[in-house]
Structure formats: C-alpha cells, structure tokens
Design a binder for this molecule. Sequence first.
Ligand SMILES: *Cc1c(COP(=O)(O)O)cnc(C)c1O
Length: 493
Amino acid sequence: MTTPGTTGLILEEPLLFEQSVKGRVGFSLPEIEVPATDLLKKIPKNLFRQKPAELAELSEVDCVRHFVRLSQQNYCKDVGLFPLGSCTMKYNPKTTEAVARIPGFANSHPLSVAEEMQGNLKLIYELQNYLAEISGMDHVTCWPAAGSHGELTGMLMIRAFHSSRGNPRKKVIIPDSAHGTNPASAAICQYEVLTVASNKEGILTADAVRAVMDEEVAAIMITNPNTLGIFEENILEICDIVHKKGGLVYCDGANLNALLGMVKLGDIGVDVIHINLHKTFSTPHGGGGPGAGPVCIKKKLEPFLPSPIVVNENGTYHLEHDRQQSIGRVKAYFGNFGMLVRAYAYIRELGPQGLRHIAEMAVLNANYIRKGLEGIYHLPYSKPTLHETVFSDKLQKEKDIKTLDISKRLMDYGYHPFTIYFPLIVPGAMMIEPTESEPKSSLDQFIEAMKLIAKECEETPEIVKTAPHRTFRGRLDEVKAARELKLRFTNPV
Ligand SMILES: *Cc1c(COP(=O)(O)O)cnc(C)c1O
C-alpha cells in the first residue's frame, strides 16, 4: 500500500517584501483624459502620511505566483484525510458553496429592512426549526459565531434564568474531560467551576455529580458524546439529579455529528445545547474562519433569547427587538449568515435519512481506525467509541518517543497530524476523527501509515524523533517561537 507522502514541486516562497523591486508596478493606466481636479488640496495636511507607506513593489504575476504558491503549501480537506479529533474536519460539498453564492444571499445588505429580505429571514427561521427538531429542543438562536460563542450565549441565558428567580447561583459543574472553552465560558459568566473526575471508563457517574450538586449550582456543562468519543450513558440520571436541585443541564453539542438522527438530546433532559454548524453541518472551518454556533433551548428559557428574534406571522417574517428579559445582542446583523445558508442547504440536501447516515458512517469509520490500530498504539479506554477515538503514546514511550514525534512523522506520510495532548485526562493523547466523508481506501492508507510509524519507533526511532523530513520545513523550535515572538518584519529596502 502506498501512502500519499509529501514530495513534489513545492516551491520556496520568500516574503513579498523580499521580492519587492523598486519602481515595479502591477498595473498600467492610460493617460488621464479629463482635467485633473485639485481634490487633494482639500484634504487637511495633517491627514497625509509624512513618508510613503513601505509597501512591496510587485507586478501582477509576482503577486499571483506568491499567493498560489502559498496556497499549495496548505493542507485542506479537499487534499486528503484530516484526522483532527474534536474538530470534525469533514468534506464540504460544493453544492452548499454554490447556494451560499446565490447573489440574493451573497449580496444582501445587512442593513436592509425586513420587507426586502424575506428570503433571508425565512431561511434563518426554517434553519432554526430544523435544528430544533434535530436536537429535540423548543427554540433556537442562530446568531452566535462559534461554538464557544454559543457556550457564552447559553450560559448568559442560564444566568438570566436563575436571576429572574431571584438568585443567579454560584457554581457550574464541568467534567475533567471537557473542552477548555467550557470552564472559560462559565467563568466569564461569573461562575465558579467545579471540576468532576470521569471514571475509569472515561464517563461521568451519577454519584460523582450527586456528591457536588447542591442549590448553589446553576448548571452542569456536559459534552455528549464526550471528548473521548464516548457516550455519557448516565446522562438521564445526571439530568435528574441536577434538575431536582433546580439546576439546568447545558450540553456542549460540538460532537453532534455522532448522534445525528439517533438521539434527541432535548428528550433526555438537556435544557440548552449549542451546535457547531462548522463541524456537524459542513460549513468551512479552520484558520480562524467564520463558523456558527446556534444555541437550542427549552421553552422555559425563551424569554432570555438574544435579540432580535425572527418572527413568522402567516408567512411574513420580521425581527422583534424589544424583549424585556433578553440577554441582548450577541452578534451584529445576522450572525455569520453565509454559514447559515450552507448549513441549511446541507440539511435540505441530505434529508432525515441522509443525516442519520452521516452519524452511522462517522461512527463506523472511527471504530474502523480504532480496530485497525488496536494493540499497535495504546487505548486508554476500553469502551467502544462513537465518532472519534483516542490513543496514547504509552507503548512508544518505551523507546522514548512521544505523541509530538509521531504526529510530526505523520506529515512525512502525507497527513495533517491528529489532535494531540487533548483531552487532558489522557497523557500523550492522540485523538483521531476520520469523519464520514472518508472512503475505506483512505482509512486503510492512514492505518498503514500509522503502522509504519509504529514499526519505525521500534526499528529506527531516530527517524521519528527528528521528523518531519520530507516536508517543506523541518521541525520548528516551538518553545523559541512562543518565548521570542517576532511579529514585525523590518523592510530591508
Ligand atoms: C470545537 C469545540 C468547541 C468550541 O467550538 P469553536 O467553534 O471552536 O469555538 C467546544 N467544545 C467542543 C467539545 C469542541 O469540540
């Protein structure tokens, strides 16, 4: 079996400033045919630069080549398997891109009045309904711009809910396997975080929650399936314990991909859940690009929804801003509207059966990799996983090889590394999420690459410890990069 590898025509690319040639321009304009105005004289002197901006001077071809070469150094889902766990790097169908580019959507002005954007409002309204149905919840807001932003929005609503009953409460329970954004969101909402340990099987027990649950606790934030890819099977009992003391259940739904069409979290006691459209509903992400983190809630939290809300009055849509108990605006205009369009198109294209099939295939693919690498890499938890699987470097540590080395070596075999050192409860974690969009042949290739690396760890450990060797750049000094930040480029000209 051949793995993709990383050789080929990848070109060295200096900075634009280093390529700059004095006097070179990227355009040619004809002589001016009309009388010149003295507009420049009307601008106050103090607004002018004192010396010219130090811009690179380049031709059109210099610029085009520069950016195309850089783009060829990129690794993306359209190039190959992107096993980053927890991130659900799945393929984004081009149909949804086409829909997002329909001029009526792409060119709509955020300040248009409601009458002029009935289509946009209808799309948001219908997307909310789909997400409510998928999650088993009553109401949805589409404004949050990311999963973490959804967490903040949800926690603000939980605080507003408790405050409206006279006491915002003080604490939030979070398991030790949680994504770091969970405690951060709770803390920003002025809650003290109570960390509870997962058990040997990697899940929360009802007893662990019962031991810390009291009337000071505003909510539990639980991720299901959790960041180990394991279903929190005690969730019914946990929801019950929290509800009995007046607390609410927040579910981090970033891993919804594993449950699509299988489990409605609202039906098993969840009060608030955020969904990462950029993970589950296939809108682009990575590189900090725009995402969307809609929040779905139960009826009792409806008065606190961020404003405005989209209202449907017999097929005419408008925005309602004036809401007494709302937590206020969380995002300007219509959130990251382009992401909402893509998610809507994706849901419509797949339909209920298709969505369920996503979860089935995502789980099958993750377990295929798990089985394929079992015994070769250490599995810290024996329970079968859902959409992702977590290994550790325990076996390779015997040869003094760590997760970082293995992930660097994987690049030589042509793959973006998986998520490393997360979740924190697994020392040397290697978290792999293939997603449903990989065919079996690509999973086999990936498994083969991982096996070859394991063999190298035994036979030629130095190769792994000093990897990558075939990439454009060798191993970077990550400590130096963090300690000695160099953010300014000084123009050599
Ligand atoms: C990705 C992720 C988040 C955060 O989502 P962003 O959109 O990156 O802010 C939160 N929790 C879990 C479990 C995640 O995987």
